[in-house]
Design a protein around this ligand. Structure first.
Ligand code: FAD
Length: 434
């Protein structure tokens, strides 16, 4: 029986596995999925987790509960050996290694945060990519308030209460809005901190927010965020970061101890070491039918792939695209097994949405129309709730949203999640305290 190995249990990998399970006949092929987490993460709600609006467990869905016929390995992929059709992995819990031989390999390893090698940034910035990142950021915000309330030095307090969010795409815009809401919701518990002491700066190197979307969306997002007291800085990228803040390309300095980085993504590092052709953004170069260029038994999709759109461009790295690429890839893989014809992946975006906090959002609708304000926020919530996998998760998130309307956010600083800035660092609470 042919073996199909899928690497990565995110939007893309699960979409492929689910379609293969549905369409493969019994005994036609074995499906194995390898991922380093035993859950899939619903990233569109991650900014709300970082602000404490949604409980951390409610945006993840166990992989084993989503699949029936697929063998799941909770393991880190260490090496992809295309020449010998093998994948080497290491179990996450036991650290013992193993290897899988495949007939067809599907790469769905996603992306990682990129700081473009800017000095001091990787060591100090808080990324927002994983569940741990979101919880570390929420905890950091509470810690900042506790610290600011405990000290007398006004300069240090100002620096503590200044948050810099770097990246004016939908993640950065949502994160700035959400974290500002968190501060506003709980500041009354801190007698030595006033609302005016809190400064949020959103930094975007390009000329507008929400680049690539209709200009009206960026203009509206800026107006709403500035109206709430957030400083928006465009046209000036980050040059470097140090212990007390960051320096922009213009030489302007921002004094802060908390930099949230949502300015860049790069395809998974595991892809880089495999001998595979790379395309734009260093993702695996694939044909329009999602086969890797020159490798008829290797397929790629989602954030780790560079997928031509047939009009000279490439499809964007979004969950919306990843979950549509999955069924096309699975259908083409099955067609390959059965000797059928392959179809190109073709999809027109449904639009993009960004929640701005305070029951406001901005949404691009099909056809390029733009919806703003409360109706866009309502659409954002309804759409993403409907896409969240698992009915129990839907109910839990709906309850979180309802509670958030009735009560202030939780300010318990949980040291089990203590983690310093830096893309990979996990440090003790003592080590991260100055
Ligand atoms: C904060 C945030 C908000 C976002 N909001 C939106 C939104 O509103 N709408 C939208 O369309 N998109 C959004 N995105 C983008 C979206 O999350 C990605 O485009 C999408 O996750 C890509 O799916 P994927 O399956 O390719 O990668 P992922 O979902 O990242 O999945 C990759 C999987 O591979 C696993 N993995 C990686 N390396 C290894 C390894 N070496 N060994 C084992 N397992 C490995 C990972 O643990 C993960 O489970 C957002 C992203 C972020 C970070």
């Amino acid at each position: 029986m042919p073996v199909i190995v899928i690497l990565g249990g995110g939007f893309a990998g699960l979409a492929v596995a689910a379609r293969l399970e549905r369409r493969l006949r019994p005994g036609e092929a074995e499906i194995v999925l390898v991922s380093r987490e035993n859950f899939s993460l619903f990233t569109p709600m991650l900014p709300e987790v970082s602000s404490g609006e949604i409980e951390v467990r409610h945006v993840v869905t166990p992989i084993r509960a989503q699949l029936r016929r697929t063998r799941f390995l909770l393991a880190d992929v260490e090496r992809i050996d295309v020449a010998n059709r093998r994948v080497e992995y290491r179990f996450v819990l036991t650290h013992s290694g193993g290897a899988l031989a495949y007939d067809h390999l599907v790469l769905a390893l996603g992306s990682s945060t990129s700081t473009f090698g800017l000095p001091g940034v990787a060591e100090r910035a808080f990324p927002l990519k994983s569940l741990e990142d979101a919880e570390a950021l929420r905890n950091r915000c509470v810690w900042l308030l506790e610290m600011a309330d405990s000290i007398d030095d006004p300069v240090r307090r100002r620096r503590l209460l200044t948050i810099a969010v770097v990246g004016g795409g939908f993640t950065g815009v949502e994160t700035a809005g959400e974290i500002f809401e968190l501060f506003r919701s709980v500041v009354r518990f801190y007698p030595n901190v006033r609302c005016d002491d809190i400064a949020m700066v959103l930094i975007e190197a390009g000329p507008t927010l929400l680049a690539g979307l209709p200009a009206k969306m960026g203009i509206y997002a800026r107006r709403v965020l500035e109206g709430r007291g957030i400083t928006v800085s465009t046209g000036d990228g980050v040059a470097r970061a140090d212990a007390d803040g960051l320096v922009l390309q213009s030489g302007r300095r921002i004094e802060t101890e908390t930099i949230v980085w949502s300015a860049g993504v790069a395809p998974s590092a595991t892809i880089a070491q495999a001998a595979l052709p790379l395309g734009k953004r260093r993702g695996v170069a694939v044909e329009r039918d999602l086969r890797v260029v020159g490798e008829p038994r290797v397929w790629a999709l989602g954030d780790c792939a560079t997928i031509p759109d047939g009009a000279g461009g490439f499809y964007p790295m979004t969950a919306q695209h990843a979950i549509r690429e999955g069924p096309r890839l699975a259908d083409n893989l099955i067609a390959t097994l059965r000797g059928g014809a392959l179809q190109p992946f073709a999809y027109r975006s449904l639009g993009m949405m960004a929640a701005l906090g305070g029951r406001t959002a901005v949404a691009e609708l099909p056809g390029g129309r733009v919806l703003t304000g409360f109706p866009a926020w309502f659409l954002w919530r309804s759409y993403y709730l409907s896409r969240l996998p698992g009915n129990d998760r839907k109910v839990r998130v709906a309850i979180d949203w309802t509670l958030d309307m009735l009560f202030p956010r939780d300010i318990a600083e949980l040291r089990i999640y203590a983690r310093g800035a830096g893309l990979e660092s996990v440090v003790s609470p003592e080590a991260r305290r100055p």
